[in-house]
Design a protein around this ligand. Structure first.
Ligand code: AMP
Length: 188
């Protein structure tokens, strides 16, 4: 079974690699950012609330994320999955651990893509032109990076300490193909 989690700051290339690897392994790619952006099209009260939070670069509530992810994982747990953008808080990681143990499954590989702030800023600004994302501007990037340092890095450090044998650091400054190759070598 391939159950994989990608960590890394916004702009590190998690989404790109998660997509390539999900095609390679034929498992679902669950990007919580993409799922939430999809919900913005609903134009209901939740969409208005989500738009406010996401366009400012802050994190959406654990309650919403845990509910979205568990309903998707129920469908994917027998086929394998790649989590991209979740868990991002300690509450989410506790929820995920409980969900996995209740369903007699676990994470097999964790990839932590690391990259320095200057490189990720220029990448995100380039992406903003290509994808027209409202949260890809310099002020919001700073907020998203702070959320990463304050919340998500604690989560990746927790996994690094608790699950060191399946935790792999990846250099995000390499070319896309080189990163994919490194990940595939580890998956072998
Ligand atoms: P991403 O595409 O992963 O950078 O996510 C875009 C935005 O969606 C983030 O800046 C958050 O506002 C929200 N988001 C995505 N995943 C999560 C999560 N696991 N917890 C809280 N908010 C999230």
């Amino acid at each position: 079974m391939n159950n994989i989690v990608f960590f890394g700051p916004p702009g590190a290339g998690k989404g790109t690699q998660a997509k390539i690897i999900s095609n390679f392994l034929k498992v679902s790619h669950l990007s919580t950012g993409d799922i939430l952006r999809g919900k913005l099209n609903d134009k209901d009260n939740l969409a208005i609330e989500l738009k406010k939070i996401m366009s400012s670069g802050n994190l959406v509530s654990d309650e919403i994320l845990n509910s979205i992810v568990s309903s998707r994982l129920v469908k994917e747990k027998n086929n394998g999955f790649i989590l991209d953008g979740y868990p991002r808080t300690l509450n989410q990681s506790e929820f995920l651990n409980k969900f996995l143990s209740d369903n007699s499954t676990s994470i097999n590989f964790i990839f932590n893509i690391q990259i320095d702030f200057n490189i990720l800023t220029s990448r995100i600004l380039k992406r903003s032109k290509e994808e027209n994302r409202e949260d890809d501007n310099i002020e919001v990037i700073k907020t998203r990076y702070e959320e990463y340092l304050n919340s998500t890095q604690k989560v990746s450090n927790y996994y690094k300490n608790q699950f060191s044998t399946i935790f792999h650091e990846i250099d995000g400054s390499l070319q896309i193909e080189e990163i994919t190759e490194k990940i595939k070598q580890i998956l072998k």
